[in-house]
Write a protein that binds this ligand. Structure first.
Ligand code: ATP
Ligand code: MG
Length: 574
């Protein structure tokens, strides 16, 4: 009875019963159940020093997802504490990417720089209470004093300088009296702590650089470690979710919260970062790929950035589904890239309109089809979606088919077109190959065929069924297009494992097919819409596309390597 009462409470409040449970959602649910918070507040805190990648997407889905499921809110906060590496371009791109992923921070857009004055006051508070001091050691000297994992650090000679002296120097640091690196503000914690993060970490450094938001108002900037936890506390963040590398910083964040008059106490929970095979998820490396010209830009379709995946044609829903599939865990793992492609195919199979395109065209002439005759045939817009209806495609005497759909001397398992053989042209007629035309070099340049007029629409009255159905485009209507085929950016599942990351770049990551021929409807497919080129894969118009100069990107192939691996039981899905 007690049990069923508990169940009914749970199901009565959807906010307490999210569908998906992982160790973080369990913690949040328990905090809600035990009445620790009126509203759940999470945040996604990017540093605007690069574009977002698929790892960030995992964090975004987690933070915004939890806020949504628990009826709370999620802030977007830029951790903009390092003006040297941060740019407005990145801020704009990050906002656009989070929105595109389907999330909305409403009015809760914040910046660590919004809190610079408050953070400065708190630094002064620490100095006054003997918990911080201005250190005159250089960065190198501080490093040398820090000790190692096995040896304690050494106190700076300035560690015990009077608070009044530190206050004066800190104020003058702010006024711009000293050069970059001349002095820093450090917390006064414990140089012998086994946790190196607690060995008097730097809280403020002098950086004479313009900030994208505060301009030249400041020449001292808080470190990430000093800004982060306090920013969470100011915003009333209840659950501060971050990746495992910050686990060792948590005692420092707690120390700062304990020693400052902050308005709230965030709870930090760490989870494992996303790692993907054949992929590098590090802004530092991605920046080098862009700057050194290995790719055309942050949104190059081979990049694991959100903008690259978007340009490649990945639907946001597929990325969100991927995040759900992989879940969150405390232990590091590497996710097979096929899991992401599988999630994307799943969405596209349901949603992508079907189109005809021929990448490597071979002419097919139907000799018994009246010259000058033109008709339109109806083809399913999307066989997976009965509500999508049909589209009409122009058909004629001269068509283009895929060169590899024909073999003059086919081996046993080749069921497509060959001399004397009949195949179905999707949505149109059965055709039989009666001859070939060659050029001087002996290469087949044209197929001659006949058709069976009674098979119009793709079915024979006598019930006979060819072994193959081919896609095609009408030669009189087809439009030329460039098609860009993509493969993994790196050629090994663990790029850089041998110490030569850039040597592991896949030289065949992009193949440009210049002479594809596509059905006319593709001229008006908008950028952002991914379609299926029947039998070939999913494709989308690239932003480079122009009227008369179409460009398509291959999003993913139809072949689902992941499903195959799964069937073989060779997968390491977490
Ligand atoms: P990078 O290592 O790529 O430079 P970062 O951690 O420095 O990333 P931030 O802008 O600080 O980039 O990241 C914002 C948030 O995204 C952080 O909370 C961080 O923990 C999270 N995040 C970054 N990379 C990943 C990842 N691979 N998987 C999951 N979350 C990530
Ligand atoms: Mg970071």
């Amino acid at each position: 009875m007690l049990g069923s009462a508990a169940v009914s409470i749970d199901s009565a409040s959807p906010a307490e019963a999210p569908e998906r449970r992982d160790f973080i959602r369990e913690i949040v649910a328990a905090d809600v159940r035990e009445g620790r918070h009126a509203t759940i507040v999470t945040r996604f805190p990017p540093e605007p020093n690069g574009y977002l990648h698929i790892g960030h997407a995992k964090s975004i889905c987690l933070n915004f997802g939890i806020a949504r499921e628990f009826g709370g809110r999620c802030h977007l906060r830029f951790d903009d504490t390092n003006p040297v590496k941060e740019e407005q371009e990145y801020i704009d791109a990050i906002e656009a990417d989070v929105r595109w992923l389907g999330f909305d921070w409403g009015e809760h857009l914040y910046h660590a720089s919004d809190y610079f004055e408050q953070l400065y006051e708190w630094a002064v508070h620490l100095i006054r209470s003997g918990k911080a001091y201005v250190d005159d050691l250089s960065a190198d000297e501080i490093r040398a004093h820090r000790g190692t994992l096995t040896e304690p650090g050494h106190d700076s000679p300035w560690r015990d300088r009077p608070a009044a002296e530190s206050l004066d120097l800190f104020e003058r640091m702010r006024q711009g009296e000293f050069a970059d690196g001349a002095r820093v503000l450090r917390a006064r914690i414990d140089m012998a702590s086994p946790n190196i993060n607690l060995r008097d970490p730097v809280l403020y450094r002098i950086v004479h650089a313009s900030h994208p938001r505060t301009g030249d108002a400041w020449c001292i900037y808080p470190t990430y470690d000093f800004a982060h936890g306090q920013s969470d506390a100011i915003e009333g963040v209840t659950h501060s979710l971050c990746t495992l590398e910050f686990e060792g910083h948590r005692p420092l964040y707690d120390w700062l919260i304990d020693n400052l008059p902050v308005p709230s106490r965030p709870r930090q929970i760490e989870f494992a970062r996303l790692n993907l095979t054949y992929t590098v998820l590090s802004k530092r490396v991605l920046l080098r790929l862009v700057n050194e010209g290995h790719v055309r830009g942050w949104d190059d379709p081979r990049m694991p950035t959100v903008s690259g995946l978007r340009r490649r044609g990945f639907p946001a829903e597929g990325i969100r589904d991927f995040a759900t599939t992989i879940g969150v865990a405390k232990a590091d793992s590497v996710v097979e890239i096929g899991v992401l492609e599988h999630a994307v195919r799943d969405v596209l199979n349901r949603t992508a309109p079907r189109r005809f395109a021929v990448l490597d065209p071979l002419k097919l002439v139907i000799e018994d089809y009246p010259e000058g005759n033109a008709e339109e045939v109806a083809v399913a817009e999307n066989p997976e979606d009965p509500t999508a209806g049909t589209r009409t495609v122009a058909f004629g005497r001269e068509l283009w088919i895929e060169r590899d759909d024909f073999m003059e001397d086919p081996p046993a398992k080749f069921f497509r077109l060959a001399p004397g053989r009949e195949v179905r042209l999707r949505g149109a007629y059965f055709v039989r190959c009666t001859g070939v035309v060659r050029d001087a070099a002996g290469r087949v340049t044209e197929l001659r065929c006949t058709h069976d007029p009674s098979t119009r629409g793709g079915d024979a009255p006598d019930g006979r069924r060819p072994k193959a159905t081919l896609h095609w485009v009408s030669a009189a209507h087809a439009l030329p297009s460039e098609v860009r085929l993509y493969d993994n950016l790196f050629s090994r599942p663990d790029p850089g494992a041998d110490g030569d990351l850039f040597g592991d770049l896949n030289p065949a990551s992009e193949t440009v097919v210049p002479g594809a021929l596509v059905e006319p409807a593709l001229a008006t497919t908008p950028v952002g819409q991914t379609v299926q080129f029947e039998r070939l894969g999913y494709f989308c118009p690239d932003p480079d596309t122009r009227p008369g100069a179409l460009v398509f990107n291959r999003t993913v192939t139809l072949k689902d390597t992941w499903a195959r691996l799964q069937a073989q039981g060779r997968h390491d899905r977490p």
